[in-house]
Design a protein around this ligand. Structure first.
Ligand code: NQM
Length: 350
């Protein structure tokens, strides 16, 4: 049975298997079969592999040296759906991205500086770019620190993530349907792609308060059916084609904030409710809430000004992000703080 070098890293509020591209087969079909085997398919529990039986712990990063000017590292994100046994490259993942810098430094793809190392990453899924600032005192990646993120126990060293030019990353436009508001199955929605294709709608329009626990929503078959019916119609309208076996768009149910943040969220990614919220999912949801005429704007408290610091509330707390707008009202930069930790490094038998 062949063995492949693999590092398991918690990136933000997700956990993934990180591979050097050269260690995986070149052919996408062979690569996907290898990854399904590594994560533990075909079985929703992923009992015969290292996936955690949940979309948030069934993620893969394929990392390589940067192939373009101004880029240190290329990163391909692959979502393995444990239930459907699919491998999708249709989306970015900002949580797993938070671990790419430390993987790249530890693998010798990037030489660390003495204090802070900026790693410039190109997301191969969409071509979008993110600059990570990693603490590297004395040229060594810091793991311990005082930063906590909701959804992860304890504290760790901060990783500053600055996303650049992410509008329309997967769909080609910030408002992929060309409208601020659309209606599907009688529900008003705002479809946004600011790094992640997201369909934002009022939670009360779907018959929930929007503060239910994710486990409760995961058992609500009526809600899941209604969301999937909308999603299958929205997908082609957003230019994503038939999304039946794709991990996008994400479905974000918005309600008023409950803890002084900008707004509350419950996000289906797309068939399971997120325990928190994805990084770029939060950026897109906040962008939808900040559009004055959107389907969800009236529920949100959005600060004025061209630099907006927002707390996006989610089931485990809140997610702080900073959106920078240009004079034309477009988001030019999105900043978030994450942490990451190498959990395990070794060889995986496939
Ligand atoms: O939106 C989950 C996660 C994500 C994606 C998902 C993410 C992002 O929390 O950038 O991080 O939406 O499937 O890892």
């Amino acid at each position: 049975m062949p063995a492949i070098a693999c590092t398991v890293i918690r990136g933000g509020t997700s956990r993934g298997a990180y591979f050097h591209r050269a260690h995986l087969p070149d052919s996408p079909d062979e690569r996907n079969a290898t990854l399904l085997r590594a994560m533990g398919g075909p079985d929703p529990l992923q009992i015969d592999g290292i996936g955690g039986g949940h979309p948030l712990s069934s993620k893969v990063a394929v990392v390589d040296s940067g192939s373009t000017e101004g880029i240190d590292v290329d990163y391909l994100f692959l979502q393995i759906d444990p239930a459907q046994q699919t491998v999708s490259d249709m989306q970015n993942c900002g949580n797993i991205l938070a671990g790419v810098g430390l993987f790249a430094i530890n693998e010798g793809l990037v030489t660390p500086g003495d204090n802070v190392t900026t790693v410039r990453i190109r997301m191969q899924n969409t071509g979008a770019v993110c600059h990570l600032d990693i603490q590297t005192p004395g040229g060594v990646v810091a793991i311990d620190g005082e930063t906590s993120i909701d959804g992860v126990p304890g504290t760790a060293a901060p990783i500053i993530c600055n996303y650049l030019e992410i509008a329309g990353s997967s769909c080609g436009a910030l408002l992929p349907t060309g409208n601020v508001v659309d209606e599907f199955d009688g529900v008003r929605v705002t479809c946004v792609d600011n790094g992640m294709p997201v369909v934002a709608m009022r939670a009360d329009a779907m018959g929930i308060s929007g503060t239910e626990a994710p486990e409760v929503l995961d058992r609500n078959d009526g809600l899941k059916k209604a969301l999937e019916s909308i999603r299958l119609k929205v997908g082609p309208a957003m230019g994503l084609g038939d999304v039946a076996s794709k991990s996008v768009p994400k479905m974000c149910l918005v309600s008023p904030p409950t803890a002084g943040g900008a707004f509350m969220t419950r996000t289906f990614i797309p068939h399971t409710c997120h325990k928190t919220i994805g990084v770029l999912g939060a950026v897109s949801a906040a962008t939808a809430c900040a559009l004055p005429a959107s389907a969800v704007a009236a529920l949100a408290n959005i600060p004025s000004g061209s630099i907006k610091t927002l707390d996006v509330e989610h089931p485990a707390g809140a997610f702080r992000l900073v959106l920078e707008y240009d004079d034309g009202g477009s988001v030019t930069k999105a900043g978030v703080i994450r942490t990451a930790r190498t959990i395990f490094k070794g060889e995986i038998y496939v």
